[in-house]
Write a protein that binds this ligand. Structure first.
Ligand SMILES: NC(=O)c1ccc[n+]([C@@H]2O[C@H](COP(=O)([O-])OP(=O)(O)OC[C@H]3O[C@@H](n4cnc5c(N)ncnc54)[C@H](OP(=O)(O)O)[C@@H]3O)[C@@H](O)[C@H]2O)c1
Length: 329
């Protein structure tokens, strides 16, 4: 395993990490979660990602049960949670979502309880909250750090301007600003990582834990000829994701990518994850898996990174045609 510093912080994360969105509780039960986290940990993965909204809190409870069973040394792994969406779904009342001091504090306490932990290593604001002043968010996160309930705080899917604003508030009050952002990053979603945040990487030393490296499985090629039973896009309630991902343009590109991957003696999923790892501004690529074979296959991407020469990266760009255009000045 390769370890990377989380931006300019002293924390080291495994370059590949493991998350529980969709899979934990919805697709897999405790024994499979135990097996997957065990494989991940044995292969050197030290970061496990979670959120209050995942399976409405059940994902954190499942991860908590696995961690208790595994009894790994607490200092050997990093766990995250994220706050914003709440966990009660349609029953969420005012103050049970968002980034107010009340919800951020209560959500932290609840996540700790569900995970059975004394502190969260990473705590993310899952989305920006237009109804809460950024000062309130920065101060709340700093209080939680001082109380020892979280170690690092960050954002997820915030704009570059919003992250910079949070950093400015922190600087003004001698507080700790956001250490990391969690954006979507894959061959079809590149704008934030390759354009919008470039100044933040340079000026702030922002770290990143990136999500959906396979665009929910699209970049494995598994949807090239329809939607296989048991796959994510076949699950009830995910029609919105299917509409977003199953387009003629994407499928054509993945087909060509699959051919190119074969010509390199690898497969589409391994190539797509290795491509994410190749970006030095990525601190950790969070993977998802519903089966151990997927995880084992995806771990092979670490060995492929060195083969991604400028020529190979150029060929990939020609196929996907998603490289953000940089300003000429
Ligand atoms: N901050 C945010 O807003 C946010 C949003 C989304 C995710 N995340 C985090 O990022 C993590 C990863 O996201 P993701 O699950 O969307 O990642 P992903 O890598 O894009 O998709 C993972 C899914 O693809 C399928 N898959 C994976 N490897 C495969 C393989 N080798 N062959 C065939 N199918 C394969 C599996 O689904 P099936 O077997 O069901 O088809 C698996 O659950 C999440 O768990 C979560 O922690 C964060």
């Amino acid at each position: 395993m390769e370890y990377r510093r989380l931006g300019k912080s002293g924390l080291q994360l495994s370059a590949l990490s493991f998350g529980s969105w969709v899979t934990f509780h919805k697709q897999i039960e405790d024994n499979t979660a135990d097996e997957l986290m065990g494989i991940a940990y044995d292969q050197g993965i030290n970061f496990f990602d979670n959120a209050e909204i995942y399976a409405r809190g059940e994902s954190e409870k499942m991860m908590g049960r696995v961690l208790r069973r595994k009894n790994w040394d607490r200092s050997s792994y990093v766990v995250s949670s994220k706050v914003f969406f709440g966990w009660r779904g349609p029953e969420n009342k005012p103050n049970q979502t968002g980034l107010s001091r009340k919800h951020v504090t209560e959500a932290c306490h609840e996540a700790l309880q569900r995970l059975g932990l004394d502190y969260l290593d990473l705590y993310f604001c899952h989305r920006p909250d237009k109804n809460t002043p950024v000062e309130e968010v920065v101060w709340t996160m700093n209080v939680l750090i001082r109380q020892g309930k979280i170690l690092y705080w960050g954002t997820s899917e915030w704009s570059g301007v919003e992250i910079l604003e949070a950093q400015r508030v922190a600087d003004r009050h001698h507080l700790i600003g956001p250490t990391m952002e969690q954006p979507e990053y894959n061959l079809f979603q590149r704008q934030k990582m390759e354009k919008e945040y470039l100044g933040l990487f340079r000026e702030m030393g922002l770290g990143t834990t990136t999500w959906s490296p396979l665009a929910s499985g699209l970049l494995t090629g598994k949807y090239n000829n329809g939607i296989p039973e048991g796959s994510r896009l076949a699950i009830g309630g995910f029609a919105w994701l299917k509409d977003r991902l199953i387009t003629e343009d994407y499928i054509q590109k993945v087909r060509r990518l699959s051919e190119y991957a074969n010509s390199l003696q690898t497969n589409t999923a391994t190539l797509a994850i290795a491509w994410c790892l190749k970006n030095p501004n990525v601190s950790s690529v969070i993977m998802g898996a519903s089966r151990k074979e997927q995880l084992q296959e995806n771990l092979k991407s670490l060995d492929l990174v060195l083969s991604l020469t400028p020529e190979v990266m150029g060929e990939i760009d020609k196929i996907v045609q998603t490289k953000p255009v940089q300003p000429e000045y």
